[in-house]
Write a protein that binds this ligand. Sequence first.
Ligand code: ZN
Length: 134
Amino acid sequence: MNISHIEHIGIAVENLEDAIKYYENVLGMTCYSIEEVVDQKVKTAFFLVGNTKIELLESTSPDGPIGKFIEKKGQGIHHIAFAVNNATDALKLAEKRGVALIDKESRKGAEGLNIGFLHPKSTLGVLTELCSKE
Ligand code: ZN
């Protein structure tokens, strides 16, 4: 699998603008990118903390994955993303090791990374993303 570090932590928020204010004004971080990922129905904001990013996620539609998450659980940590050499290979290896996959193949995520999700039923309840640059 070859995980090198935590690439980012994904946090579901109701309002991206308000959330950015908290991270900037209270925690003193700087948002360096805002990006919409249309097929995931989210708007994202990124902050860099050392080698790891914070990815804030606001749903652009109530029926998107983040919209549904917030409806069920409220705002909070949504997923953890590990950096790997090759997301496609890592997904295949996870499947071989008995993990249920949300994404059978890697796809393009925010920041142009190749990403894929493992199903939380196989990962002790933590929605887990694997991502690589390639
Ligand atoms: Zn993510």
